[in-house]
Design a protein around this ligand. Structure first.
Ligand SMILES: [Zn+2]
Length: 254
């Protein structure tokens, strides 16, 4: 079976020093490609070289709400120029979105809408970060629909919220959260939505699976996320793997 890790920060310091080993280990378990998102302007700019160094990695450019206080006033216009210049070297715009646990929600929302406009201008999908912010994300998507869809990274929420995104062309990112029994609501939702609406992700080095708390998450654990998902779904594992792989390829045009 083959897999794509649709969201992992392989350029972060926890993984970068030993990256060839991490990629080889994941590859041995069937993970063929990795989507590495942008989080700040300087890091997004550095990703362009990163993608040349690691052929299995595809990249996105974006300003993450978690770093809202680090983004300079000209960060988005620089990012925009970078994305337009390197349109053929990127597969999405993001990671962007709204995080209600971070500062400057108003500015976060404005910046998010700018990312959606950029996606639409470049015919690219959007990688969306949310935390306690579904209503704000929905407001932004109403003001400016994402014409090429995207993925709701680390989806957690109700069936109604899941359907809202699916109806607007979004996939739901399935990560290590589903390994925790306390995530019962999300687990139930992910067992019910159409298989075609799901993508696999680790968010490595973040979001360790149950049993690995306190450790850096690693991209080979994508296969364990997959096994947890299989336990929730009625389809055969081969069918699940095949559908998720092909959904990732279609969304990111791999
Ligand atoms: Zn992320």
């Amino acid at each position: 079976m083959h897999f794509i890790d649709s969201h992992c920060h392989l350029d972060f310091s926890e993984l970068k020093n030993d990256l060839n080993a991490h990629i080889a280990r994941a590859h041995k378990r069937g993970v063929q490609y990795f989507i590495v998102p942008g989080v700040t302007y300087p890091q997004s700019a550095a990703l362009l070289q990163f993608a040349k160094d690691f052929a299995q990695c595809r990249i996105a450019l974006g300003l993450h709400p978690y770093f809202i206080e680090q983004h300079n006033d000209d960060a988005f216009s620089l990012l925009q120029t970078l994305a337009r210049t390197h349109r053929n070297d990127i597969v999405a715009i993001g990671e962007c979105g709204i995080d209600a646990t971070c500062a400057n929600i108003g500015y976060q929302s404005e910046l998010f809408v700018e990312h959606i406009k950029l996606c639409n201008a470049l015919s690219l999908p959007l990688i969306v970060h949310h935390r306690q912010s579904h209503h704000l994300i929905a407001q932004a998507l109403k003001a400016c629909p994402a014409q090429y869809g995207g993925v709701i990274h680390a989806f957690s929420g109700s069936l109604q919220q899941a359907q809202y995104y699916i109806n607007r062309g979004f996939k739901l990112g399935v990560g290590g959260t589903i390994s925790y029994t306390r995530a019962n609501k999300t687990r139930q939702v992910l067992s019910q939505v159409p298989l075609e609406s799901l993508l696999l992700e680790t968010d490595a080095p973040s979001m360790p699976l149950s049993g690995y708390q306190g450790q850096a998450n690693e991209p080979h654990r994508l296969v364990e996320v997959f096994e947890h998902l299989c336990a929730l779904r009625s389809e055969r594992p081969e069918q699940i793997a095949q559908q998720l792989y092909s959904s990732s390829c279609t969304l990111f045009r791999i």
